[in-house]
Design a protein around this ligand. Structure first.
Ligand code: AMP
Length: 629
């Protein structure tokens, strides 16, 4: 079958297409209806069917490959390495599930997971899936305010965490941030389950905090059967940034997600049982959910969970892992490759990389220099793939498992099966022709695996994603794009205030709110500015309540450091602005709207654009002066 035929079938006959793909997973009870679109834009997949993500990721493989590696946990921070077979993973997940049940977790309850990249984090996710609890993993790099917002939205009965993570050889304490977040939250959890790695001292709060190792010993022989869930039951909530300061809880189902991942592992990532998959992301991001934990395991592959940086002990570390575990498919982000490019290529050449069949890169635009360099070094196809937390699996790529298709430099590829992608003119709502720039949109229904709704807020789901175009109700990706005459898409940046730092998605509004909490700041604008290494960095322009406090260079630098520290303390180092400039005026329209795109353009040395509506052009002079100072 050609990819064109495969794709067309998925769009014209989605029920026939996905009914076939659904056979890739185990169903406890068959579904009665493949797709229910009776309430658009909501789509319900495999209605009435019963299945379980943990069963498909773990138990299913006990029949054929119980002793094959399933989870390989490697930490170059603690110098530990442990492989769990499917049978061992099954036992660990049951222990974790029994612990959760003993702490009162029931089907449908939320469990927040705030953990470093250790095996127990995967056990916790899979244990939730096993008993029908809803996990909400919060990236370990986020700090107390980010965490508190998510606790209040998810209202978890249990939080699973650890004493500390480790980065670059230094312990990064988690527990104090967690305690601070819980103290600030309106909905504190009943219990906190803590993995003690011996990296930092922990003060356990009595009646609330419990020690994982103690409970694990109690439940060492636990057998916890899988809870069969209706396909549209909730599997997890993963928070992502948008245009407001309040993160959105992307909510996913069970059956649709399992089918989508199984299909993507076959058609896009071409993974087979017994092989090894290595995604270098973090469980706190969507890649970690789909392609560190669930996807590879559902495909019967071993998956690598890696704690550490790409350059420690040296920049050959990832390639040594590829050699040792015979990794066939690897998934990373362009920033990581740009980091590696700064190191001697001999470090890569030292290792036998013959097992590797392809490297997938996603999360941010892939530039030609980076792509060419790594393709030359590895000698395997470099496959860009474009998607979002909301979709859970690629929207654009090339599906080599269906038909070989050439990649095109600068393009993440063509529309993936199931996604009816179109480019829409922002002002007219009409569909753009080839070569015309517009907003990348998707005609509903969204395929299986995509978000069901915004957790707890169906209206926000409709208003945010499905109400942006005049002529038709379409899903907006909030990315600008162009399609060429051959159906390859090119992504040209976000249409909203979301920025992408080293592949990490951040909301400028969240950073602005954090900066505004500094006692001296009266107003602030944060924009994303192009950066050679990280793709983008956040740059802030703040108006001070008392400008005289930043009269000298020393005062400015001290205040800049203070503002950065506030962001790090509240949101985490990941959100720290690269620069904080002090101005007395921000460029705004006469109606008071911040001209962020003009600020961004000036920072990037471009023309500030249409300024007919600007209230006071001298504000731009200040921005220019601040940037060039
Ligand atoms: P996230 O939800 O964190 O995965 O971020 C999704 C956003 O990252 C998208 O809306 C794009 O702006 C950007 N993005 C992801 N993958 C790519 C890619 N392959 N090329 C260009 N931009 C990408």
């Amino acid at each position: 079958m050609t990819y064109a035929d495969f794709y067309q079938e998925s769009i014209r006959q989605p029920e026939k297409f996905w009914d076939r793909e659904a056979q890739l997973i185990d169903w406890h009870r068959p579904y009665q209806q493949v797709l229910d679109t009776s309430c658009p834009p909501f789509a319900r997949w495999f209605v009435g069917g019963e299945t379980n993500l943990c069963h498909n990721a773990v138990d299913r493989w006990l029949r054929t490959q119980p002793d094959q590696p399933a989870l390989i946990a490697i930490s170059t921070e603690t110098n530990t390495e442990k492989t769990y077979s499917f049978a061992e993973l099954h036992a660990e997940v049951q222990r974790m599930a029994a612990i959760m049940q003993s702490l009162g977790v029931k089907q449908g309850d939320r469990v927040l997971i705030y953990m470093p990249m250790i095996a127990e984090a995967a056990f916790a996710m899979l244990a939730c899936a096993r008993i029908g609890a809803v996990h909400s993993v919060v990236f370990g790099g986020f700090a107390s305010k980010s965490l508190a917002t998510r606790i209040d939205d998810a209202q978890p009965v249990l939080i699973v965490s650890a004493d500390a993570g480790m980065r670059g050889g230094k312990a990064v304490p988690y527990k104090p941030l967690l305690d601070e977040a819980i103290a600030a939250a309106d909905h504190p959890p009943q219990h906190v389950l803590l993995v003690n790695r011996g990296l930092d001292t922990m003060n356990l709060v009595s009646d609330r905090d419990v020690d994982y190792a103690t409970l694990r010993a109690q439940y060492i022989n636990a057998q916890v059967p899988v809870t069969w869930l209706e396909s549209n039951a909730m599997s997890y909530v993963l928070y992502t940034s948008g245009t407001t300061g309040k993160p959105k809880g992307v909510q996913r189902d069970v059956g649709g997600y399992a089918v989508a991942l199984a299909a993507s592992m076959k058609h896009i990532y071409c993974g087979n049982p017994g092989e090894t998959y290595f995604a270098t992301s973090d469980i706190g991001w969507v890649v970690g959910h789909s392609y560190i934990v669930y996807g590879p395991l559902i495909a019967g592959m071993a998956t690598i969970m890696y704690e550490g940086t790409p350059i420690r002990p040296d920049a050959g570390i990832w390639w040594s892992i590829v050699e040792k575990y015979k990794v066939t498919r690897m998934f990373s982000a362009p920033t990581a490759i740009r980091v590696l490019k700064k190191h001697p290529p001999e470090l890569m050449k030292k290792y036998d990389l013959s097992s590797l069949k392809a490297l997938y890169l996603a999360g941010e635009p892939l530039d030609e220099t980076t792509s060419d360099w790594i393709a030359g070094e590895l000698g395997v196809p470099i496959i860009d793939n474009y998607w979002q937390t909301e979709t859970g699996w690629p929207i654009l790529s090339v599906a080599c498992g269906v038909e070989h298709k050439d990649t095109r430099l600068g393009s993440p590829g063509v529309a993936m099966y199931g996604y009816n992608v179109c480019i829409i003119n922002e002002s007219t709502g009409a569909e753009c022709g080839a070569g015309e720039k517009g907003v990348v949109a998707i005609r509903g229904p969204l395929p299986p695996g995509c978000m069901q709704t915004v957790y707890g807020d169906d209206q926000r789901f409709v208003n945010t994603y499905w109400s942006n175009f005049a002529q038709e109700q379409l899903y907006s990706t909030f990315d600008w794009g162009i399609r060429d005459a051959d159906g390859y898409y090119f992504i040209l940046g976000r249409t909203d205030d979301v920025i992408n730092v080293a592949g990490h998605r951040l909301g400028t509004r969240e950073i602005e709110e954090s900066i505004s909490s500094h006692a001296q700041v009266s107003e602030v604008a944060v924009v994303g500015v192009e950066d050679k290494l990280k793709g983008q960095v956040a740059v802030a322009f703040a108006i001070l309540k008392h400008p005289e406090l930043a009269a000298t260079l020393e005062q400015k630098l001290a205040l800049e450091g203070e503002v950065m520290a506030v962001v790090v303390r509240q949101l985490g180092a990941v959100a720290r602005p690269a620069r904080v400039h002090f101005v007395t005026m921000l460029p705004k329209t006469r109606s008071g709207k911040l001209l962020r795109r003009s600020i961004q353009a000036i920072c990037e040395g471009r023309d500030a654009g249409d300024l007919t509506t600007i209230e006071d052009p001298s504000s731009l002079v200040q921005i220019k002066a601040a940037v060039s100072a």
